[in-house]
Design a protein around this ligand. Structure first.
Ligand code: DLZ
Length: 158
């Protein structure tokens, strides 16, 4: 939470508004589960701390980060959903799989946001190692899930 407050105070607070009636979908990739569960917990708690209601936050799991895009589209096309958070972790391997997945997810998530005209947040870690992932999922470099939630809140106040 310290990171969340720091992020909020570090930037203009103009974009912060009442989110108690806003509905969020959080899509979570099951690959590198230890990391993505930590991203989810931080995102969920941060939304609650900023006024979101538990009943207005839905969670959907997907097998891997590659599937985040389609699931984000399924969520975004629901008119009652105001913002979609996509959480995943793709760790650099020895094959080009990494590049294909990262590229596809980054472009896919961008396209879903543009298509449905609502915030679809890229909360995907793309580290070289598991340790770097953990450092960004509640470790020494904060938590990307927390940042994803703050970003959604800010975009809703745009
Ligand atoms: C196949 C694969 C590999 C090698 N690595 C990861 C990863 O580090 N993180 C992740 O989220 N998903 C990975 N996947 C699974 C793909 O995202 C996808 O689920 C499969 O290619 C099936 O479409």
């Amino acid at each position: 939470m310290a990171t969340a407050l720091k992020s909020l105070s570090a930037h203009s607070s103009k974009n912060i508004q009442d989110i108690s009636a806003r509905k969020f979908a959080i899509v979570v990739s099951e690959w590198n589960e230890e990391v993505t569960e930590s991203l989810f917990s931080a995102a969920y708690q941060t939304l609650l701390q900023h006024g979101a209601k538990k009943e207005n936050i839905i969670r959907k799991n997907v097998p891997g980060s590659f599937e985040l895009t389609l699931a984000a589209q399924w969520c975004a096309q629901d008119e009652s959903i105001d913002a979609v958070l996509c959480l995943g972790c793709v760790i650099q391997g020895e094959t080009r799989h990494f590049d294909f997945i990262c590229d596809a997810v980054a472009h896919g998530i961008t396209n879903v946001g543009l298509k449905f005209n609502k915030p679809v947040i890229f909360g995907v870690l793309t580290p070289d190692t598991q340790q770097q992932a953990m450092d960004r999922a509640g470790g020494k470099h904060g938590n990307k899930g927390d940042e994803a939630a703050i970003t959604a809140v800010k975009m809703l106040g745009f």
